[in-house]
Design a protein. Structure first.
Lengths: 486, 433
């Protein structure tokens, strides 16, 4: 926990209300997000029990599995879910825009966004995807043809959620924690009801009082995917028995509705709270990445793409790791440059500093290492009161020009001298405006929004002997869907 | 059976490694080397043996510093050898490398590929393509992440992987369990991956030439429980003398204890503190200053020399602690760095800010055995640990309870146990401040 977030939490306790830790919204919020609250059967790895799903706050669709131990009913549930989700997902595929790039390409103008209550919701979405994407409409144990398609999309969304800064599948408690610090521990923050109680307590109550009230499972049932054990034992069990004898799912539906509807209300309350914040500058660029990936997945599935394998090969794992690292690095840098409150965390940690430019040597030219000709390398002296913990040679970026590369030359007392290395035009002296001027307030940080460059890896067929050699190509079979736990 | 002398044991091990590497049936050979066991010497010997029989080879190290050290050592041992030092654009090759006439330094592979030996960092090698070498030596292979090896593995036919298994594992900023249990998990070290996917012979270097007789048994037992090693020197070979008697204050008593026994625990009163604990930071800087003021002289198997600032290091766990200690006024020339950056380095005396000092919890990061192993195995003469009292109780309150993942090999040593072993040993050398 950083000093700023620790302070904000202490302040939240003192004032009895959550404190903002961001001035802008760092997640994309679709105009029509789909809220998805899945529940699973206790004690089973991937047995869906119910879900409340929809894009209209006033009109949620309740789906249940009246006997969750019955596999046929589970996949009937998944077919019903596909009936809600696939039209939503596919509605975004048709509308595209042309992206001006070196080679212009088509990209979906918008993409689906799924909101789940918490991290457990993401994990369960991933499991649902895994248990359905290998299923087939023919062969043994056939399922409705829409089920494997839904599995592919759930898998796509859950895998996008691994990338920092992606908004394709968002856990609401995490989105809220990005913007508010409550007076409870990060683990308690994973409870949507108490977290929202701290952020927006009902009139006449303060945060801790409202959070205490929200801990009562009768008024705020768990947001899933696990249900409350008392509910399982005292309500659900009887309802399932009633279904077994009467074949009417009404009692199960009613029982699960009581468990899901409070969370549904909370989810839309959270959406409203987040909508009130102005969107951060780079949210759009990150959402464009989500739209890119959505476009690619649409094309892949249209080509009859195989379901994604359960495990990554050596090369794809290495590529994915590099992608994840680069996304995280970019996201952290962008978030800090977008938001002074986030940058403050880096400034307190000594990884960034802000101050006034007191001197500029704009005409300085040196022969850079490894080069033969002199090039402009202006020096900028900044006076700062921040505790700078960077050493000479460290590469820095600035919100002035996020692409410009600079490095620290020296630090003496409250004076930091930096050297500017590029983005100064082609002339022998820096282009006007490319170098900060005396009196300007600037902020530099050891953060790289570019995400870094990386070497090429061998293709999967060329996996070297050190990593087990080339893997056997994937051919779908009827046994794909079998799991050790299924 | 007649016990081998350290020299014989080391020579036998080296001969077996070279025979297996150059003549064995395997594409790779792994060499586990404890701290200061002559890893670099082995790399240089192997390189000279191969070059001597007219073979071309590539050498991979992990940092530019390691590459420069290796180049310098190799060029000094074999002045006639043509060595190519491949580096990245904009990197200034230090004079200790360029002073050798046999070394060609360039950022272009075409300008150095004709050399018998080409040395570069793994990061730089990853940008070389369409060339192959029959032989490769990968140094510090336990510090290398397996995805880096994946990028360069097509460049060589056979390789010698040398490294220290007790040091810090490579890490990623990304926190994911996606690949846990996979043999080719890209977040593992290169050695872990090749070892799990190929049946390769593993050799061990049995003697530490760096660690004194006072340190080798502890480090061996705590951090290398299944690969014991011994010190190459006897207790009488190493002596640290302080030229002045000192005052009866805590700092000087700590230094006396360290000079006499090779270990000292400078114990501050029990307290929960922030990471940059002002008193602990002050003690680290103060002990280093006093050590210089009191004129320490080191006597070892080679010579007798004063302990100058460049022979002293202060190590800690976090960057902000490094910054705080530097800001507290450390004499010029003394190295202050994190465990990650001290890997592979050697000093006469090290001062260590204990990773768990003043903490309220023992996280996996702070319990990682590699971190403590690096910090307590950099010295030739003495190691001084600065810590708040109460670490043993802290450990007992936080037994290690990592998540159990299927197919993930159990890692030894256990950080919790290693921490206790070191603490138990240090408690005999405690000086209360």
């Amino acid at each position: 926990m950083s000093v700023i977030s620790a302070y904000a939490r202490a302040l939240a306790v003192q004032t009895g209300r959550a404190q903002p830790v961001a001035t802008v919204r760092h997640v994309h919020l679709s105009a029509t997000p789909m809220v998805f609250i899945p529940l699973k059967l206790a004690g089973e790895a991937a047995a869906p029990l119910a879900a409340l799903v929809g894009t209209d706050p006033a009109n949620p669709r309740l789906l249940v599995v009246p006997q969750p131990r019955n596999r046929d009913l589970r996949f009937a549930f998944m077919a019903e879910l596909a009936d809600v989700m696939l039209p939503y997902v596919e509605s975004f595929a048709g509308v595209t825009e042309t992206v001006e790039a070196k080679t212009p390409y088509e990209r979906s103008s918008d993409a689906p966004q799924l909101l789940v209550p918490n991290r457990g919701g993401i994990a369960f979405t991933k499991l649902l995807g895994r248990s359905t994407r290998f299923r087939r409409a023919d062969g043994p144990y056939p399922v409705h043809p829409s089920v494997p398609v839904l599995g592919q999309w759930l898998t796509f969304l859950a895998e996008r959620a691994e990338y920092a800064g992606s908004s394709a599948l968002v856990a609401m408690t995490e989105a809220l924690a990005l913007h508010w610090a409550t007076g409870q521990s990060p683990m308690e923050d994973a409870n949507l009801a108490t977290q929202l109680a701290w952020i927006a307590p009902p009139a006449g109550q303060n945060g801790p009082e409202a959070a205490l009230a929200a801990e009562d499972p009768l008024t705020s049932p768990p947001a899933g995917p696990e249900t409350h054990p008392d509910f399982d034992g005292q309500v659900l069990d009887h309802a399932i028995r009633a279904y077994e004898t009467s074949s009417s799912p009404a009692q199960v539906r009613e029982a699960l509705r009581t468990q899901l509807e409070p969370t549904w209300t909370l989810m839309w309350q959270a959406v409203r709270l987040l909508r009130e914040l102005p969107e951060a500058a780079t949210v759009d660029a990150r959402w464009a990445k989500d739209r890119d990936q959505f476009t690619r997945e649409t094309a892949r599935l249209a080509d009859g793409g195989f379901p994604r394998g359960r495990i990554d090969g050596a090369v794809s794992a290495a590529i994915r790791l590099a992608d994840l690292e680069s996304a995280l690095q970019t996201y952290e840098a962008q978030r800090a440059f977008d938001d002074p409150l986030v940058m403050a965390e880096h400034r307190v940690a000594g990884k960034a500093f802000s101050g006034e430019v007191v001197a500029v040597d704009a005409t300085r030219r040196i022969v850079p290492p490894g080069k033969t000709r002199a090039a402009p390398r202006p020096l900028v002296t900044i006076r700062t009161s921040d505790p700078v913990r960077l050493s000479p040679g460290k590469r820095l970026s600035s919100s002035r020009n996020r692409k410009q590369k600079t490095e620290i030359v020296s630090i003496a007392g409250d004076l930091v001298v930096i050297q500017i290395n590029d983005q100064m035009g082609r002339g022998s002296t820096p282009a006007p405006g490319s170098v900060p001027e005396v009196g300007e307030i600037v902020c530099y940080a050891e953060l790289d929004p570019s995400g870094g460059q990386r070497p090429r890896l061998p293709s999967g067929e060329d996996t070297p002997w050190t990593h087990g050699g080339p893997p056997t190509p994937y051919v779908p079979t009827d046994e794909d869907a079998q799991e050790a736990w299924s | 059976m007649i016990a081998l002398t350290p020299e014989q044991a080391a020579a036998d091990a080296t001969a077996a490694i070279l025979a297996d590497f150059t003549g064995g049936p395997h594409r790779g050979v792994i060499v586990d080397s404890p701290p200061g066991a002559g890893k670099t010497t082995l790399v240089v010997t192997a390189a000279m043996t191969l070059a001597g029989s007219g073979e071309r080879l590539m050498i991979v190290a992990q940092t530019n510093e390691q590459v420069d050290d290796l180049t310098d050592k190799l060029a000094s041992k074999a002045p006639g050898l043509s060595i190519g030092r491949l580096h990245s654009d904009g990197f200034t090759v230090p004079s200790r490398v360029t002073r050798h006439p046999g070394v060609t330094a360039s950022n272009k592979i075409d300008q150095v590929e004709a050399c018998t030996v080409v040395i570069a960092t793994a990061d730089k090698w990853a940008y070389v393509s369409e060339r192959t070498w029959p032989w490769a030596i990968v140094d510090e292979a336990y510090q290398m992440r397996s995805d880096k090896l994946l990028a360069i593995a097509a460049l060589f036919d056979r390789a010698l992987f040398v490294g220290d298994p007790g040091q810090l594992d490579p890490f990623s900023v990304v926190d994911t369990e996606r690949w846990a249990g996979l043999a080719w998990d890209p977040m593992q070290s290169a050695v872990a991956v090749i070892g799990r996917l190929n049946d390769l012979p593993v050799h061990r270097l049995p003697v530490s030439w760096r660690l004194p007789a006072s340190a080798a048994p502890l480090v061996s037992e705590a951090f290398y429980p299944f690969a014991p090693f011994r010190s190459g020197t006897a207790a009488a070979d190493r002596e640290l003398k302080l030229a002045t008697a000192g005052f009866p204050v805590a700092w000087d008593r700590t230094l006396n204890e360290a000079a006499a026994t090779g270990w000292a625990l400078h114990e501050l009163p029990n307290r929960h503190t922030i990471r940059t604990d002002a008193e602990a930071v002050q003690a680290c800087a103060g002990l280093a200053t006093r050590l210089l003021q009191r004129g320490a002289v080191a006597h070892d198997e080679n010579d007798t020399h004063p302990v100058s600032p460049d022979r002293i290091a202060i190590g800690c766990a976090h960057n902000d602690q490094v910054a705080a200690i530097r800001a507290a006024g450390v004499p010029a020339g003394i190295t202050v760095d994190t465990a990650n950056r001290l890997q592979g380095r050697e000093y006469d005396v090290t001062i260590v800010l204990h990773p768990l000092s003043g903490r309220r919890d023992a996280t996996a990061f702070h319990l990682e055995s590699g971190r403590l192993c690096v910090l307590t195995s950099r010295h030739r003469h003495a190691c001084i640990v600065v810590a708040r009292a109460g670490i043993a109780e802290l450990l007992d309150n936080h037994p290690s309870t990592g998540r159990v993942q299927l197919n993930v090999p159990v890692k030894f040593p256990d950080g919790w146990e290693a921490n206790h072993a070191v603490l138990a040993h240090l408690s005999d050398h405690r000086v209360q401040a």
